[in-house]
Write a protein that binds this ligand. Structure first.
Ligand SMILES: [Zn+2]
Length: 163
């Protein structure tokens, strides 16, 4: 997904809208492959006097990974909001910034970063998956190597929120 910002560049400060979809490659996170559907992306952008492009908006998609408890297929809704500046002629190898040159802003790195950021700590095939007895507060989570760090802590926090 690319934004053609030529009109924005000749009208600094003017806000333009956009929407589209962005494909995202499979991600390997803590040894687990997470597959992410095409992201629906919408938002606005504007150019400043230096030709940098401020992009803000939100994304929505579904991510798929093995259930943290039983390894069956599980999925989760993923949503996130973003606001970033694309630096005109910035270093494209610099991971700290977003950069572009010419009049096309590529959204792929931004959408991927914000989608991955919003992934759940662990996937569950269903709320009460019995794969492991997380519901027993005295049971320590079993370290199978397939779990995410802090899964037990997250479960504890979830339980506290439910009270
Ligand atoms: Zn499960």
């Amino acid at each position: 997904m690319e934004l053609d910002v030529s009109t924005a560049l000749s009208h600094p400060g003017q806000v333009f809208g956009f929407s589209g979809t962005q494909a995202i490659a499979d991600q390997e996170i803590y040894g687990t492959v997470v597959r992410i559907d095409d992201c629906a992306v919408e938002g606005t952008y504007l150019a400043d006097d230096q030709g940098n492009i401020r992009v803000e908006g939100r994304l929505r998609t579904t991510a798929h990974a093995p259930c943290a408890n039983c390894l069956k297929d599980a999925s989760a809704q993923v949503e996130n909001e973003f606001q970033e500046d694309f630096i005109r002629n910035g270093d494209p190898e610099d991971d700290e910034i977003f950069a572009y040159e010419g009049h096309l802003v590529s959204m792929s790195k931004l959408v991927m970063s914000y989608a991955v950021m919003a992934l759940p700590i662990r996937f569950l095939c269903r709320e009460d998956c019995p794969g492991l007895s997380y519901k027993d507060p005295d049971a320590a989570p079993v370290e199978t190597g397939k779990q995410y760090p802090f899964a037990g802590l997250r479960q504890l926090l979830d339980q506290m929120e439910e009270v």
